[in-house]
Design a protein around this ligand. Sequence first.
Ligand code: PHB
Length: 396
Amino acid sequence: MSPQTTSVTVGIVGAGPAGLMLSHLLQRSGIDAINIDTRTREEIENTHRAGILEHGSVRMLTDTGVSDRVLRDGYEHEGIELRFAGTGHRIDFADLVGESVWLYPQTDVFIDLADARGRDGGDVRFGVTDTSVADLTTATPKIRFTDSAGIEHELHCRYVVGADGSRSMCRQELPDEQRTFLRREYPFAWFGILTEAPPSAPELIYAHSEHGFALISQRTDALQRMYFQCDPETDAASWSDEQIWAELAKRTAGDGFELKQGPITEKTVLRFRSSVCEPMRFGNMFLAGDAAHTVPPTGAKGLNLAMMDVKVLHEVLERAVKGNEPGALDEYTPRALARVWKAQHFSYWMTSMLHRMPDASEFDVRRQIGELQSVVDSRAGRTYLAEAYTGWPEQG
Ligand code: PHB
């Protein structure tokens, strides 16, 4: 049986936050799009990722009518704490750059977007199989897949977007000689927990210690998210709650700080790396979000970069489709990558300043403390951190 064919202006592989945000923006511009994803909606909803939104990402959700739930259920944070050598130092975003971030988990961003697509009649196919793309350098690139009922489909698109995550199938379609895939591995991972406890602090705490990094984050008044640096081979299940609390306490100790403990309901080890694919385009296919680049979680930039990619991609697609200006598409890679590399640097800087390298000497640890001290003692240093963390102005 030949596949069922459908014509669509933009076919999007991926229905995570990047893919759904793009189809939402395109629909608002009167451009039709279809999302497909190999995962079910439930699977995506249960993927726990980072929880910090830049003000620009929040505005994309609220100003484009996705949802204003972030303003009700999210928590606005006007700063973070850097902890080192037993003392906490607040980085006051509101004072330094007049901006804030919002604690609002990525799963909630996904739920809001999926609900908005449903409400607006968006065409999103979850749980598909056998996805492939073809004819990417022609005027009619194609997406092929089998839907959850077992029916084969072929989408005849004008443009294809690969928003299919860090293990992107679409990215593999860029011929080796036409792309560079730059990577950096880190010799550690994060041990992440969810705990049913009240918040230990009103804002996030990024802690440096001779024992390694720890991050005290939150979710709600009754649920907290915390992480500590660990060996990538760590078996999360083999750690008892007592061992975890002892490790977190050691790394955050000082000036009377006390962690509020509760039952630990989730233990996972998150590996991390940096990668960038250049260019973010092949023929009439464009990559967005994790499909094109990944960052370590220390700067909380992953989802925010994906949102900014999509904002630029929507703008150039709109100019190409509605304004008959296909040359606009050439702007996508350089505009998106300018921000990506700034975020790569910021995430690398935060990571290397706060984590303990496996072979670190006493000198290395003391040098890191010197670096942290020079950031918190200087308004210029704090302002750099605040500007990067809350999100650079868009033209950058
Ligand atoms: C989180 O709450 O999951 C989180 C927050 C900040 C980060 C990373 C993760 O930098």
